[in-house]
Design a protein around this ligand. Structure first.
Ligand SMILES: [Zn+2]
Length: 604
């Protein structure tokens, strides 16, 4: 047996400030001390798939690993020293499981576009494969690491890799978000290194492990158990339980207890703690609650008390999928049933921590004497500032600290240049990035000013565009109204950034006036229409257009094909606001308007 070495690096820079501890963190730290020995987390910011259209096309939020990692660190469920960065898996490791044809096909954008249901014009194959190879490296390194002897008097080691569980990839075929099979690759590598022990694969994703069964069918020391919400026919070599559509917590946990009682003793276990078991998942058909999913994880932790285990997220296609993954981390690290607090926004939490470390001197120019004099005379500084505060250099530094320039680099841009200009109405900021060929492109542009909405001063966004000129439209992905080039997929980050600016400038919130349905739709998670009746009608419109692709829905609204009360509905471009502090929402008026409005689409 070769040495079970693990990669240890310097603590990464995404760790939270240890001096700021939220409520609940103390309890998590105590529980971590009591139960969390032998737990480790594998994570890299590059786990986020660099596919800007993924969310709009499939509803999948590529931020799931980030959100889970940030939450677990911020809540004190694990110590920074328990987080490890994986190395990319080698071609040799991949080739032990997959055919040369399959591996070669992964260099082609068309192959990856099919696997992720996006357009080939969106794919930079090398960058996507870096995300996948890091995930496979994490699964293998976690397996090696947890096979080390446990600490004296402790349970077996448990390690969670925040990307992986690609169980639909077989030896010669792939699909369904699974380019290669990380579990099979890890098992093959361990065998190559001399590990002969028996392996249990507990596949608790909502779909059957067809690829894993194919990859591991010749390894006589592997047992695969699975609970699914869909019947894909017989799977030789898998102890498979298929539950009815919509099966609830009790039914699922009953089936789990039965499966665990049949699970043979093993020297190593892989657990696919799928997030797609949740009710409302876009692709899974089960009906678990977040509490039920946590119960699942805690029961498996108990069953694997003496068996080292590697835990993987597998599928998860609902807005709550990241909470299921964070819950798996809480179960493993602190044996905790604590819920993710309602309304918790991991991106807002993280950005507020980064903002706290950006000083005014870094964001704006130090006020020179002549600039102060000009300000006293009511004149603009010679150096244009955004909202009288941010310099071009300061904005670029902020975009770098918040990780946005790193994301843009993964999409093929950089180096960058930022400009600020003062206009007759509002201030304009632009971010340009050079493409690899050398041509410079406009990537982000906004026009903003301070203005009063509903009697309070807000950061008012006149204009915002997030452009990805290296991506291409296609018949499957037509342009939205006003779109010259595809978007960057960073609307949520930029909105959160505007909220940080509003806080720094002591404004009450962020507001904009969506000119079309799709821009209101993009902001709906964070912003509300100021007028409760307008908000209610908008919620009814979102409800009634559900199932229609966003581009088609936008065109339908703009062209008058959407009917309200027998008449063509005209889009009402009113103000939407994200208030910094909770504002009493007229919930009753919103609900009344929502229930009163019934939209229909002609010819759909
Ligand atoms: Zn699944």
């Amino acid at each position: 047996m070769s040495t079970w070495r693990m990669a240890r690096g310097t603590p990464p820079s995404y760790l939270p400030d240890p001096l700021v501890q939220p409520i609940g963190a103390i309890e998590n730290r105590v529980r971590r001390w009591l139960f969390g020995r032998g737990f480790a987390l594998w994570y890299d910011p590059r786990y986020r798939l660099p596919l800007p259209s993924l969310e709009a096309r499939t509803g999948v939020d590529a931020r799931r690993p980030d959100f889970a990692a940030w939450f677990l660190l911020e809540r004190g469920a694990l110590a920074p020293g328990q987080v490890h960065k994986p190395a990319r898996i080698s071609y040799e490791d991949l080739a032990r499981v997959h055919s040369a044809e399959l591996l070669e096909s992964l260099d082609r954008p068309e192959t990856l576009a099919r696997i992720y249901s996006v357009d080939p014009g969106d794919i930079r194959a090398e960058e996507v494969m870096t995300a996948i190879r890091l995930a496979c490296g994490g699964t293998l390194q976690a397996a090696r690491s947890c096979l080390r002897p446990p600490l004296a008097g402790s349970a077996a080691r448990r390690e969670l890799n925040l990307s992986g569980g690609f169980h639909h990839a077989g030896r010669n075929r792939n699909g369904g978000f699974c380019p290669v099979n990380d579990v099979a690759i890890a098992v093959a590598a361990l065998r190559h290194e001399g590990f002969r022990g028996s392996v249990a694969v507990l596949d608790l994703d909502a779909h059957p492990p067809d690829g894993t069964a194919d990859c591991l069918r010749e390894d006589g020391a592997v047992w695969i158990g699975s609970i699914s919400g869909a019947d894909w026919g017989p799977l030789p070599g898998v102890d498979e339980t298929v539950l009815r559509k919509g099966a609830d917590d009790a039914e699922y946990l009953g089936a789990l207890d039965a499966l665990l009682s049949r699970m043979p003793q093993a020297q190593l276990a892989f657990v696919l703690a799928g997030g797609d078991v949740l009710a409302g998942d876009a692709m899974g058909q089960l009906g678990l609650s977040l509490e039920g999913a946590r119960d699942r994880d805690l029961r498996v932790v108990d069953a694997l008390h003496r068996i080292p285990s590697v835990w993987l997220p597998a599928g998860g296609y609902s807005p709550d999928a990241w909470k299921a993954l964070a819950g798996t981390g809480l179960a493993l690290a602190a044996r905790s049933r604590a819920k993710v607090p309602a309304g918790y926004d991991p991106l807002a939490q993280r950005y507020s921590r980064i903002a706290a470390r950006l000083t005014p001197a870094e964001l704006g120019p130090p006020a020179g004497e002549d600039e102060m004099l000009l300000a006293e005379l009511g004149q603009r500084s010679a150096r244009p500032l955004l909202l009288g505060f941010y310099s071009a250099e300061g904005l670029e530094l902020a975009l770098s600290r918040y990780g946005l320039l790193a994301e843009l680099r993964r999409l093929g841009y950089g180096p960058f240049r930022t400009t600020v200009t003062n206009q007759a109405v509002g201030d304009r900021a632009q971010l340009f990035g050079r493409a690899e060929g050398g041509e410079e492109h406009l990537l982000i542009e906004c026009v903003v000013e301070k203005r009063e909405i509903a009697g309070e001063p807000v950061l008012y966004v006149h204009w915002l565009t997030l452009r990805h000129p290296l991506a291409r439209f296609s018949p499957q992905r037509p342009p939205l109204p006003d779109q010259e080039v595809p978007g960057l997929g960073l609307a949520r980050e930029i909105t959160t950034l505007f909220a940080r600016m509003a806080e720094r400038l002591e404004l009450a919130g962020v507001a904009f006036r969506p000119a079309a349905f799709h821009t209101a739709y993009a902001g709906r998670a964070q912003l509300r229409f100021v007028d409760p009746a307008r908000q209610g009608r908008f919620e009814a419109l979102v409800r009634d257009l559900q199932g229609m692709p966003l581009a088609a829905a936008t065109v339908a609204v703009a062209s008058g094909s959407v009917m309200l009360g027998g008449k063509p509905y005209r889009w009402e471009p009113d103000e939407m606001v994200l208030w910094r502090t909770p504002h009493a929402q007229d919930a009753a008026a919103i609900a009344e308007a929502r229930e009163a409005a019934r939209f229909t689409v002609r010819g759909f």
